[in-house]
Design a protein. Structure first.
Length: 481
């Protein structure tokens, strides 16, 4: 049995355990960095003399590393105590942050971002596994509401916070500002963190680890290349196909290893219908969130002429609303179940994206703010219940594997959302420019089409939300086969 799940829930009803609070705070700090560099691309191009395509790698490499490392975290968390896992994750993150802040060249900055992401990749599975272990079932919705702040709101707030910091000076300030905060969180966490369970020695199937790293990493990398240049289309498709093929071999090997009880990622989690449906809904919702996060800054800065700071301030209310609503949504889930929250949330996602299909050069900024806020509030109403419902549908010995699968597919969904909207927008704009349209009008039309496709995909969330049970059913939840 995995180390982190040997002990039964010990938290008092109505109280969030200190260990979970500390892990939520640390996870928020590290995940914030996933999108922190989005607004800094122009500064990087000027300071380190790199092209826009190269500068984008500070975000792409982070996402790529997360997708490659997370599949191994289920095995890693079985071998270490809670304190050891926390110390290693935060230590690696701090090293990457310091390296990035002092990076003399773009190559060193890229290495720093990769090291940062390796530490970040451990934190979310550690948090989710610990939460499911120490929090009683009747309180999980409320506590998971706080977790939503870390795993969903942090990426949403990244561009806004970076926009504010960049007004003060160099892109290096983004890392300098994070360093003391992360250091304080690490010190305080190690002083007060208690171990949950005992480590268990287990073997690592290196073939599975290599397939997961190259497969998921290759898939995210291939998707990230879409829309950059027309010459990249062939290699992008090839890399995506190769990544998908490796993932297929990885799946076949896990099915074989499950007979001996030692898979790297236990795919028996997917036999639990509620977990699988929750996973599908989360991926689609995260895809639409990341897609809109890419499109809206492009629209506001490139077409409407706003500064990074103005863009950040305009989009910040939505991100803050999402974070503040997380705990409230969690408490409502504990009282009402998932359906009264997830169904309206899914409908709200579709309505907000449908509203963005009407963007124009003269759309009032208050409408942009209102539509973005509706999207973030709807995502808040969706994420907390589906995380809680999905993980709660698993038996305790599968919590590390469930959180590992969830984290990995979240990164794939983020990459797919980014690739999809950029590719659609670029292809549409290129076609219209070739037909004689102005560049601005062509790009606006491309953005509208990208939002139309995102809206159509979001409709699937309503269907999946309708299929979800309102509460976790421990019996009868396994898919027959």
């Amino acid at each position: 049995m995995p180390a982190a799940i040997q002990d039964k829930p010990t938290a008092q009803a109505g109280k969030t355990p200190l260990v979970v609070r500390l892990l939520v705070l640390a996870t928020f700090v590290v995940i914030l960095n996933e999108t922190l560099m989005i607004n800094a691309i122009p500064r990087l191009m000027e300071s380190l003399h790199v092209t826009e395509q190269a500068a984008q790698w500070v975000s792409t490499a982070f996402m790529l590393t997360m997708a490659a490392v997370i599949p191994v975290t289920g095995w890693f968390l079985q071998r270490v105590t809670t304190r050891q896992g926390y110390a290693i994750a935060m230590g690696v993150f701090l090293a990457g942050t310091a390296l990035s802040a002092a990076a003399p060249t773009f190559a060193i900055l890229l290495v720093g971002r990769i090291v940062q992401a390796a530490g970040t990749a451990v934190m979310m599975p550690l948090l989710m596994t610990t939460l499911m272990t120490v929090v009683p079932e009747q309180d999980r919705g409320r506590v998971m509401g706080n977790v939503t702040l870390a795993i969903s709101v942090a990426p949403a707030l990244g561009p806004a916070i970076s926009g504010l910091i960049l007004q003060l000076g160099s892109w290096r300030l983004l890392f300098v500002a994070v360093l003391p905060i992360a250091g304080a969180v690490t010190y305080f966490g190690l002083r007060h963190l208690d171990n949950i369970g005992e480590p268990k020695v287990s073997t690592l199937d290196w073939a599975s680890a290599a397939m997961a790293t190259l497969g998921f990493g290759g898939l995210v990398y291939g998707l990230s290349l879409f829309g950059e240049r027309e010459s990249h289309l062939g290699p992008s498709i090839g890399i995506v196909i190769a990544g998908a093929a490796l993932i297929a071999f990885f799946v076949l090997r896990q099915l074989k290893l499950q007979r001996t009880g030692a898979p790297l990622m236990d795919l028996r989690t997917l036999k639990h219908r509620t977990f699988t449906l929750s996973l599908a809904l989360m991926c689609i919702a995260f895809l639409t969130m990341m897609g809109s996060m890419i499109l809206l800054p492009l629209y506001l800065q490139n077409l409407r002429g706003l500064t990074p700071l103005q863009t950040g301030l305009l989009l910040m209310p939505g991100g803050l609303a999402m974070g503040l609503l997380g705990p409230t949504v969690g408490r409502l889930y504990d009282r009402l179940g998932s359906r009264p929250l997830v169904l309206p949330g899914s409908i709200g996602i579709v309505l907000s994206l449908a509203g963005f299909t009407q963007i124009s050069m003269t759309m009032p900024y208050w409408q942009v703010l209102a539509l973005h806020a509706l999207l973030m509030v709807s995502l808040a109403a969706t994420f907390t219940p589906i995380f809680t419902l999905g993980m709660g549908a698993l038996p305790p010995n599968m919590y590390p594997h469930g959180s590992s699968i969830l984290g990995t597919l979240q990164q794939v969904a983020a990459a797919l959302g980014t690739a999809l909207v950029v590719t659609v927008m670029s292809a549409r704009a290129t076609t219209l420019v070739a037909e004689g349209a102005a560049a601005g009008a062509a790009q606006l039309s491309g953005m509208k089409l990208a939002f139309v496709i995102a809206t159509v995909l979001a409709v699937v969330t309503i269907v999946v939300a309708y299929m979800l049970p309102s509460r976790t059913a421990t019996s009868g939840d396994v898919v027959a086969h």
